[in-house]
Design a protein around this ligand. Structure first.
Ligand SMILES: Nc1ncnc2c1ncn2[C@@H]1O[C@H](COP(=O)(O)OP(=O)(O)OP(=O)(O)O)[C@@H](O)[C@H]1O
Ligand SMILES: [Mg+2]
Length: 317
């Protein structure tokens, strides 16, 4: 990798290894998060996401391999800790404290002077939409509010990098949208965000970059568009045209260079695309331009399992 790219990296992990007795939890893991990224770190249960995050947060030591955050080696623990805000997957909230007291407490732990702290805590409460719960007890919060408080807490020392372990887990759709909005806002404020999930689709519409790991190894890393492109062959697209245009559409799609398989099932056209030919959004335009009216166009959600199948194909063979 050239120097130019290097200087844009907020997180650079190379050949990271971590064993627990006989288990290789991380097996030469590599990962690069660029400044300004909202990076989705995706893998099934036990893949090594939390282990990676704990090493990044300097609360666990790797066996070997290098971790650099903002060009600082992970051995410089104190410097690293001031750069990052780490929200663990499970975090205890302290009982018998109001939200205000809770955040004020963390502010004090970072030696932020009282006057400045007051402004800061109020700002962060507003940012995370928790002002209305300022004087409520932390244990009285709903799951979604607790997750937002968790994020509020890691913002106190104004870190450049947020490391959020499964922040969307257990949230209802509405709370998930609110979380997404908050992450977008933080990104606009200049934060780099590294966020994990075991559900591919949960992060796919917010992240600009994605890393997929399995058994401690990186299976894929790239932009979201690259990921879409790589897994496109697995994605089944179904199209209903108006009945009179069906045969024409079928013939057009069968002859098109970008389609892999084209079938007609119960009156619905279902197709897959060739890898690297995947601008599925262009298909409706293609059909319409050739005079076919579309009644329904739907691209199937890609599950993590299917993505793995597609991404590890060849590697396993
Ligand atoms: N402290 C530990 N001692 C022993 N084994 C561990 C320890 N921490 C993690 N492991 C093992 O390492 C592997 C990776 O675990 P890790 O928690 O990093 O996975 P994860 O990707 O975060 O999974 P999940 O989606 O379930 O949170 C698992 O097999 C786990 O059992
Ligand atoms: Mg985990």
């Amino acid at each position: 990798m050239n120097e130019h790219t290097e200087s844009h990296a907020m997180v650079k992990i190379e050949s990271l290894c971590k064993r627990f007795a006989d288990l290789r939890a991380l097996d030469n893991l590599a990962l690069t998060v660029n400044k300004g990224d909202i990076y989705g770190f995706i893998g099934p249960n036990g893949a090594g996401k939390t282990t990676t995050f704990r090493i990044l947060a300097t609360i666990m030591k790797q066996d070997s391999g290098s971790v650099r955050i903002d060009d600082i080696e992970s051995t410089c623990g104190d410097k690293i800790r001031s750069l990052i805000g780490y929200m663990p997957d499970v975090f205890g909230v302290y009982e018998d404290m109001t939200l205000y007291q809770y955040l004020d407490f963390f502010g004090a732990a970072y030696w932020i002077p009282p006057a400045k702290r007051k402004v800061l805590v109020n700002d962060i409460l507003a940012l995370t939409d928790l002002t209305f719960k300022k004087d409520a007890m932390v244990q009285s919060l709903s799951r979604g509010m607790q997750q937002r408080l968790g994020i509020a807490r890691v913002l106190i020392h104004d870190p450049k990098l947020l490391i959020l372990d499964e922040p969307a887990s257990g949230l209802d759709p509405r709370a998930r949208i609110e979380l997404r909005e908050l992450l977008k806002e933080l990104s606009l404020m200049g934060k780099t965000i590294l966020i994990s999930s075991h559900i591919l689709s949960e992060l796919s519409d917010i992240c600009n970059r994605v890393g997929i790991i399995e058994q401690g190894k990186t299976v894929f890393e790239g932009s979201r568009e690259e990921l879409e492109d790589r897994i496109a062959g697995q994605r089944v697209i179904s199209i209903d045209t108006v009945p009179t245009d069906r045969d024409k559409a079928l013939a057009l799609l069968r002859a098109a260079p970008f389609t892999n398989s084209v079938k007609l099932e119960n009156g619905t056209i279902s197709l897959t695309l060739h890898e690297h030919m995947a601008e599925r959004s262009e298909i409706p335009t293609f059909l319409v331009e050739h005079g076919c009216s579309i009644a329904r166009f739907q691209a199937e959600e890609i599950s993590l399992e299917k993505a793995f199948m597609s991404l590890t194909e060849g590697k396993l063979a």
